[in-house]
Design a protein around this ligand. Structure first.
Ligand code: GUN
Length: 294
């Protein structure tokens, strides 16, 4: 069993990006600038956004955090989005999800300029991705692909079973892994809450990508020997004995499943850090495209 070390690989990617940023500076070019919009005070979102902004600093990007109160109206948020679209200094930005219930998420994501949509959530980018055109690929699936590529995990002709059909992970990873190319060419089955007899399907999987958000959901008797496990679940489980009051765990019962796996991502330290690295990569790409366009 080999650990797919997302922390290590994400640091390599960040180092590679930092070298490119240093070269941009030497040439007297503007460095990439990422902005993040956060509405409200959801604990996990605060952690993610904080981590994204800190990573920007570390690699030499400029970053801006726009933290708006929970009661921000949809039209005020749309005004912010419009301002970011029109601000030439901003290369890319994200609107952290989930948004408060009174705001129409789809309306906000549709308002983001596709050229600055480094999350790859706008229908233009999602559509381009599905058609094998150049686009921004959503950071979490992009991170999974990059992790598989860098460990040379053989995916060609393999059966990949995706658990979960979210727009952020399940749906895009099912598209990407069925495309042609390295870390792809897979035969993909996408499963969800209405799937019947999930176990009979996961038992056929060479690769399982679990993006469900249910701690310890995937057990040893649900997978075959030699399976590759990608655990995208990040759940905070309350725990009074810890200083933070919780611990982080994935969808996979790691202790049970890891002895059967050929490769497995840990939680934390697997897919999570890769997501941030690929968001930075997308921001670098956005900067390069804007530079070329003048
Ligand atoms: N919420 C959970 N994952 C993500 C992500 O990748 N991007 C944004 N904007 N929000 C998220």
């Amino acid at each position: 069993m080999e650990i797919l070390d997302g922390k290590k690989v994400s640091n390599q990617i960040k180092d590679e990006i930092a070298v490119e940023v240093a070269q941009m500076k030497e040439r007297g070019e503007k460095v990439p600038h990422l902005a993040a919009v956060l509405v409200g005070n959801d604990g996990a979102s605060l952690t993610y956004v904080g981590s994204k902004v800190r990573s920007c600093k570390k690699i030499g990007f400029e970053s801006t955090l726009i933290h708006l109160p929970e009661e921000t109206s949809e039209s005020d948020l749309l005004t912010q989005v419009k301002a970011l679209n029109e601000n030439p200094d901003i290369d890319g930005y994200i609107v952290q999800l989930p948004l408060p219930k009174h705001i129409d998420e789809q309306k906000v994501l549709m308002a983001v300029d596709p050229d600055k949509d480094v999350d790859g959530f706008h229908p233009t980018n999602f559509g381009k991705m599905a058609l094998d055109m150049e686009s921004f690929i959503p950071a979490t699936p992009y991170g999974i692909m990059e992790l598989l590529r860098r460990y040379n995990v053989d995916t060609s002709g393999k059966h990949t079973v995706v658990i979960g059909r979210s727009h952020i992970v399940g749906r895009p990873i099912s598209i990407l892994m069925s495309q042609k190319g390295k870390a792809a060419d897979s035969t993909v089955t996408i499963t969800h809450s209405r799937t019947k007899d999930l176990k009979s399907i996961t038992l056929q999987a060479d690769i399982v990508v679990s993006a469900l958000g249910v701690p310890d959901f995937l057990k040893a008797d649900m997978v075959k020997e030699g399976v590759v496990i990608i655990d995208v679940g990040i759940t905070r489980v309350p725990d009074e004995s810890r200083e933070r009051g919780y611990y982080i765990t994935g969808d996979v019962d790691f202790d049970e499943v890891s002895p059967k796996a050929s490769y497995i991502t840990p939680v934390p330290g697997g897919v999570g850090p890769m997501t941030i690295a690929m968001l930075l990569k997308n921001t670098l790409l956005a900067r390069e495209r804007h530079h070329k366009m003048g």
